[in-house]
Design a protein around this ligand. Structure first.
Ligand code: ATP
Length: 445
């Protein structure tokens, strides 16, 4: 249809409409009612719109989700405010040997002598409180997380603060106050996280073990510490070179020689937390691993424990394993894997690993943490009894063949006799025999 025809049609329609309206009462009434209804509808929605607009312009909402680090600080702070008493739906946070600040209740000590501290946190409700001259409406909320087919997947927590826009300048102060109020302040603790569905949950806050309390051969510890310091200092260099800003370490060696302890101690030394993931976790799929790696909490090391537990080479060890080898590599390399990530992988079985998993870029440095050398045995004795004569320490260490006794076994032996150093000297040959039964029996024979 051409433009001329369209125009003629439009003129015809206009003419028909005005003729109908001029001569037909029903049509006139219909139009009038239509116009009045539209006006009424507009008038009715006007206050709501105005109210909404005014609300948007004049008020401000601060929404803090439960998986954000600030949530526990704000929850504890809110519970401790005088009006917090009016919140009737509460939960409990428990810590051992750790004062949490604020309204912290010490229940006593458990069988291990650890102090049990609890604190109440609000889960839902609504309170109005005054903060630095401003009114805040605080609403903690707890809703159910649902997976596919409405399956229950835990709870989402959040706190919403609603206030007049003029209160905005006090928000940083509010956050700082809540942070300082709780144990969230930098107190040298290492937070340990484990997977919780697609996210991470903190399971404990540990006092960081001092790095010098770990004894390794040569300059392993110092080398690792300076490698990490270099990594933190070189962020811009990585960006200029276009190299993904990540660092991976593989710690391998027989059980009980300080692989996990080393990661926790390094985390403490660098003010980091640790996310521990065992690849043998049931129901760990490629997608879930990718999501977990993209959701790592800030300033957290990723510790992939016993990476040999799931695959032999590239093949799953059992048909219950849902993770694929390629899925693992993709998750480690993917964009979602996060910039600035530091990964530690541990294994007792280096030979069983596929080289692709531990190539540079995924594991940049491979460190063997072997059974105790004589230098380490001497170091451990000195830690237990710093004033022992150095000649005697060396004599004792020389009786333990290098590379046969785990540091954990040595520590256990010394711990059992810590109140009785004479028993250490007396039982030392027995320890030497457990370290190398065949060789020593042959010598004795
Ligand atoms: N090099 C070390 N220096 C001091 N203590 C050590 C050392 N290695 C191990 N230990 C002690 O042995 C215990 C076990 O160590 P850890 O769990 O770190 O070993 P691991 O190599 O991670 O063992 P696994 O392979 O079984 O997980 C810890 O309590 C730690 O104190």
């Amino acid at each position: 249809m051409d433009t001329l025809n369209l125009h003629t049609l439009w003129l015809d329609a206009q003419r028909t409409l005005s003729h109908t309206l001029a001569n037909n009462q029903f049509a006139q009434g219909g139009l009038l009612i239509g116009l009045l209804s539209a006006a009424a509808l507009y008038a009715r929605s006007l206050p709501a719109q105005l109210w909404q607009r005014a609300k948007n312009r004049l008020t401000l909402t601060l929404d803090v989700q439960g998986d954000d680090a600030a949530y526990p600080w704000l929850a504890a702070w809110l519970a401790a405010q005088p009006v917090g008493r009016h919140l009737r739906h509460l939960g409990v946070v428990t810590r051992f040997n750790e004062q949490m600040g604020g309204q912290n209740l010490t229940l006593g000590t458990d069988r291990d002598g650890d102090e049990i501290n609890v604190r109440l946190v609000p889960l839902s409700g609504q309170v109005l409180l005054r903060y630095r001259g401003h009114w805040l409406l605080a609403r903690p909320e707890r809703t159910q997380k649902q997976g596919q087919n409405q399956t229950f997947m835990g709870f989402n927590h959040s706190i919403t603060f609603r206030m007049l826009a003029s209160a905005r300048p006090v928000l940083p102060e509010l956050l700082r106050e809540a942070y300082e109020f709780t144990a969230g302040r930098a107190d040298g603790k290492v937070e340990i996280y484990v997977p919780n569905y697609n996210d991470w949950s903190m399971t404990e806050r540990r006092t960081a073990r001092p790095l010098p309390s770990l004894i390794y051969d040569g300059d392993l510890l110092e080398g690792l510490r300076s490698d990490l310091s270099g990594f933190f200092a070189d962020r811009d260099w990585y960006a200029e070179m276009g190299i993904p800003y990540r660092r991976g370490y593989l710690l391998h060696g027989p059980p009980g020689n300080g692989k996990s302890s080393l990661v926790a101690a390094l985390a403490g030394a660098f003010g980091l937390n640790v996310c521990v993931l065992n690849l043998a976790t049931p129901d760990l799929t490629d997608d879930r691993l990718t999501t977990l790696l993209s959701n790592l909490p800030r300033r957290a090391l990723l510790l992939l424990e016993d990476i040999d537990a799931v695959f032999i080479g590239r093949e799953p060890r059992a048909n219950t394993v849902k993770l694929s080898f390629n899925g693992l590599l993709n998750a480690l390399d993917g964009v979602a894997a996060g910039e600035g990530r530091i990964t530690f992988m541990t294994t007792n079985d280096l030979a069983g690993l596929d080289s692709a998993l531990i190539r540079p870029g995924r594991a940049d440095r491979h460190l063997l943490l072997g059974n105790a050398s004589q230098e380490q045995v001497a170091g451990m004795l000195r830690r237990f009894w710093p004033d022992w004569n150095s000649a005697e320490v060396h004599l004792l260490a020389a009786q333990i063949p290098s590379g046969l006794l785990s540091m954990a076994r040595l520590q256990e032996f010394l711990l059992e006799r810590r109140a009785d150093p004479a028993a250490v000297r007396r039982d030392w040959p027995e320890l030497a025999v457990t370290a190398c039964p065949t060789r020593l029996r042959l010598l004795a024979g």
